[in-house]
Design a protein around this ligand. Structure first.
Ligand code: B1M
Length: 211
């Protein structure tokens, strides 16, 4: 177990080389790939999520931690057999039409992925029609929209309306976020939830999937 704890600590420190080294060593020592992921890599990232939410860690450190976690995942994931890691749900995220800001949205992506959710990241400048098309194709449990501009946040409302028009709204939960977006705005446009930061978005998505 000490090995796995050390892997988690190396993730928290964002130390790619140490994560790789300890992950390989744990495999050599006969640790199960799944416990390396759950108790080591994801365990470390869960701590990062909590510290980020509490304001004890900042964006660059979170990005480094996510990179370190991914470097370990790349070693272990090919060793898993299908069904070893059941998906905790599927989330699709994107930044709304006319908006190119993606740092916060990508942080949301990293957090949800590290929690075992299947992630579809559509990127930036996604129109309401594109969101609807992708929802139809991938059938996510949760759709997460991000907006950083007061001029683009209304696109969230537009997207929800298009999803309603196309009969897609009732099958998914919708969460929204980004600097100008508030809980009041989320309520006003008929979203299922709002999150202030990436770690809270992950918690909210998991909570909504469970409902
Ligand atoms: Co822009 N920009 N920008 N910008 N930019 C802001 C947002 C701005 C507040 C700066 C300012 O004027 N003080 C301002 C918006 C003003 C407004 O609308 N009220 C602004 C502007 C005006 C513009 C342009 C119009 C500038 C111009 O060209 N004249 C232009 C627009 C381009 C476009 O999108 N069409 C523009 C362009 C850019 C860059 C391309 C240069 C760059 C973006 C690079 C990129 O994202 N790849 C950029 C940046 C970097 C910023 C600032 C400085 C930083 C944004 C950021 O990444 N923050 C920003 C000022 C600021 O916020 N201090 C600014 C870090 C990130 C981690 O935080 O994205 O808020 P954030 O994400 C948070 C939460 O909001 C939340 O979680 C994250 C934390 O964990 N969150 C979610 C985000 N998405 C979520 C989704 C969720 C839940 C939570 O659920 C789905």
């Amino acid at each position: 177990m000490a090995d796995l704890e050390n892997i988690g600590n190396a993730v928290i420190e964002g130390n790619v080389d140490t994560v790789k080294e300890l992950t390989n060593k744990a495999l050599e020592d006969g640790q199960e790939p799944l416990s390396i992921i759950k108790d080591g890599l994801i365990g470390g990232m869960n701590v990062v999520g909590k510290r980020f939410k509490a304001g004890d860690m900042f964006v660059p450190e979170v990005l480094m931690a996510a990179k370190a976690m991914k470097s370990g995942m790349e070693i272990v994931k090919p060793l898993l057999t299908e069904g070893d890691m059941p998906s905790a749900g599927k989330i699709m995220i994107g930044t709304v039409s006319g908006d190119l800001h993606d740092i916060g949205k990508n942080l949301v992506g990293m957090m949800v992925e590290s929690a075992g959710l299947e992630l579809i990241n559509l990127g930036v400048d996604i129109s309401a029609e594109e969101f609807a098309e992708e929802v139809k194709k991938h059938k996510p449990d949760v759709l997460g929209m991000s907006a950083l501009l007061t001029t683009t946040m209304l696109e969230m409302k537009n997207t929800i309306e298009v999803l309603e028009e196309q009969g897609l709204r009732d099958n998914i939960k919708i969460i929204v976020g980004g600097a100008p977006v508030t809980q009041d705005f989320a309520d006003e446009i008929g979203a299922d939830g709002w999150a202030a930061d990436a770690a809270s978005a992950k918690d909210l998505a998991i909570e909504l999937i469970g409902k």
